[in-house]
Design a protein around this ligand. Structure first.
Ligand SMILES: [Zn+2]
Length: 469
C-alpha cells in the first residue's frame, strides 16, 4: 500500500520528469492513476495525444471494448481492463465452466460449474469493480453479425485457437477501407490486441489493420498442429507419440467397429494406453506412459495462471495506450518465455502487402455488362495475376467454383451472367479468387483479394486502376 507521502513524492518525481503541469487534478482515488496518464503530457506520449478531462471521460464513459474469450486469459483481461478505467466492456465466450478451469480462471467458483463463462465472469468483475458495466455474450463468435464487432473501439483477444483468431482478424480487417492512394482510411481501422499463452510461454501483440501486420500476414508464426502421417504410424513408428497415435487412430477403429473413442472416458484412455504400450514394446520404443497418452490424445497444453497474468497485463496496457494515445504502443509483437529463466523480446514484424485479409487487393475496373466468364478470362491475362482455373467468391457466396464437380455444376450458369448483377448491382466490392498462377515456371495455387470497381457507377470510374500487387 502507498502512503499519502509516497504518492506525493511520486507525483513530484513525475512532474519533474515531464515538466508539464496536470490539466486538472482530482481527488477521486479511483481515477487518480489514470489521471496521471491522461491529464498531462510528457515525452513518451503518442503523436496525437491531447491530455484532457474529456479524454478520460471518453475512455470511461463511451469507449466500448470487446474481450473475446472468458477463459484463463479472458478472466484476467476483464479484471485488468476494468481496473484500468474502462467502464463499458463486452465479453463473448461459448464455453461453460468446468471443474478443471478453477485453478486459474479465478473469477469462477465451484458452484459456477456448468454455467456460461461469459456470464459469470461479467457478474464477478462487476461485483468487485464498482461502476463498470460488462455485457456477456454466451455464443459462438461466428453467431454475431459482423456489425456487432464494428461497435467496439478495440477488440482484445484472449483465445486459444488459431481458427478463432483468424476469424476475428478477418472480421476486423473487413471494416478496413483504403483511399485512392492505397492508404488505409483511419476511421475504418479497427485495432486489435491479441494475447496468447502456452505453458510458460506467451505473446502479446498489437494489430492495427493496414498499418501493422494482421494475424494472417504472419500466420506462419503458428507451427502447424502436430499430425503424423498415417504411414509412419502404421509402419515406421519412431517415438512414443507415434505409438499412442497408432493405438488411438488406427487400432481403435480396427477393434471397435463403429464405436467412437471418448477421450473423457478413463476406460477408453486406458485401452489406448495399453495398446500403445504393446506397440512400443514391439518396436523397442521407450517413454509411453498413461499421462503422455492423455497428453497426446487430448492435445493437452498446460495452462499456468501467472503466464496468463503477465500476458493479460501487457495486453491491457496496450489497449489503454491505443485507445487514449497516452503512450506509443508496442511495435508490434512481444514474446514472453519463462521456460528457462525469463526472456522477453519485441519483434517488429512487417506487413505482407499482398495479404488477402488486410491488404487493399488488386484493383480491377470493369464494365457493368461484363460477364463472370469474361472477368475470369481477364484474370488470366492480367499482368500481375496470370491466374488460371479460377474460382470466385463474393462476400462468402460462391459465384463460380472449379471444384468439386457438384459445386461446379451448381455455379456454372453464373458464368453467362453479368458480374455487376451477381454482386448485387453495387458500385464495387471485394472479390476473392482462388486459382493457379505460374511464376518462374512454377505452378502455385493461391487466394487473391481483388477490388472490383464498375465503370460509371456512383462516379467510381475515375479511381486509379494501377493499384495492387
Ligand atoms: Zn494481413
Amino acid at each position: 500500500m502507498h502512503t499519502d507521502s509516497d504518492i506525493l513524492e511520486l507525483e513530484d518525481a513525475a512532474q519533474t520528469c515531464t515538466d508539464v503541469p496536470m490539466v486538472e487534478s482530482t481527488a477521486n482515488s479511483r481515477t487518480r492513476d489514470l489521471d496521471r496518464l491522461l491529464l498531462r503530457s510528457g515525452h513518451l506520449v503518442g503523436p496525437n495525444f491531447e491530455p484532457s478531462v474529456e479524454l478520460r471521460d471518453y475512455l470511461q464513459e463511451y469507449a466500448r471494448v470487446l474481450v473475446v474469450g472468458a477463459g484463463g486469459l479472458g478472466c484476467e483481461l476483464l479484471k485488468d481492463l476494468a481496473l484500468s478505467g474502462f467502464k463499458n466492456l463486452d465479453v463473448i465466450d461459448m464455453d461453460r465452466i468446468e471443474v478443471t478451469n478453477l485453478n486459474r480462471q479465478f473469477l469462477f467458483r465451484l458452484e459456477d460449474v456448468g454455467k456460461p463463462k461469459a456470464e459469470v465472469a461479467a457478474k464477478r468483475v462487476m461485483e468487485r469493480v464498482s461502476g463498470v458495466n460488462i455485457v456477456p455474450h454466451f455464443c459462438r463468435i461466428e453467431d454475431k453479425d459482423i456489425d456487432f464487432y464494428n461497435d467496439f473501439i478495440i477488440i482484445v483477444l484472449g483465445l486459444d485457437s488459431v481458427e478463432a483468431r483468424s476469424y476475428i482478424n478477418s472480421v476486423a480487417c473487413s471494416f478496413l477501407e483504403y483511399d485512392e492512394k492505397d492508404n488505409p482510411k483511419e476511421e475504418t481501422v479497427k485495432p486489435m490486441v491479441d494475447g496468447g499463452t502456452e505453458g510458460f510461454k506467451g505473446h502479446a501483440r498489437v494489430i492495427v489493420p493496414g498499418m501493422t501486420p494482421c494475424f494472417e500476414c504472419t500466420i506462419w508464426l503458428f507451427p502447424p498442429q502436430v499430425k503424423f502421417p498415417l504411414c509412419t504410424l502404421a509402419e515406421t513408428p519412431r517415438t512414443a507419440a507415434h505409438c499412442i497415435e497408432y493405438a488411438h487412430l488406427i487400432k481403435w477403429d480396427e477393434v471397435h467397429s463403429g464405436k467412437a473413442f471418448d477421450p473423457d472416458d478413463p476406460e477408453d484412455m486406458q485401452w489406448v494406453y495399453k495398446e500403445a504400450l504393446k506397440r512400443a514394446e514391439l518396436f523397442g520404443i521407450p517413454g509411453v506412459t498413461y499421462s503422455l497418452t492423455q497428453g497426446v490424445v487430448k492435445n493437452i497444453i498446460p495452462a499456468i495462471a501467472s503466464t496468463n497474468a503477465i500476458i493479460s497485463a501487457a495486453c491491457s496496457l496496450e489497449t489503454l495506450k491505443i485507445v487514449s494515445g497516452c503512450s506509443k504502443t508496442l511495435s508490434n509483437y512481444l514474446t514472453y518465455n519463462g521456460v528457462e529463466g525469463l526472456h522477453t523480446e519485441v519483434t517488429d514484424f512487417v506487413k505482407d502487402n499482398d495479404c488477402i485479409v488486410c491488404g487493399p487487393g488488386v484493383l480491377i475496373e470493369m464494365d457493368t455488362s461484363c460477364t463472370l466468364q469474361k472477368f475470369i478470362e481477364q484474370l488470366e491475362e492480367h499482368p500481375n495475376l496470370h491466374l488460371s482455373k479460377v474460382s470466385v467468391t463474393h462476400q462468402g457466396k460462391n459465384l463460380y467454383m472449379q471444384a468439386p464437380p457438384v459445386l461446379e455444376e451448381m455455379t456454372r450458369s453464373n458464368l453467362s451472367l453479368a458480374l455487376f448483377d451477381l454482386m448485387g448491382r453495387i458500385s464495387g466490392g471485394t472479390v476473392h479468387v482462388n486459382g493457379t498462377s505460374i511464376k518462374n515456371n512454377k505452378k502455385t495455387s493461391g487466394l487473391r483479394k481483388l477490388r472490383v470497381v464498375f465503370k460509371g457507377v456512383d462516379g467510381m470510374a475515375d479511381m486509379d486502376t494501377a493499384g495492387g500487387a
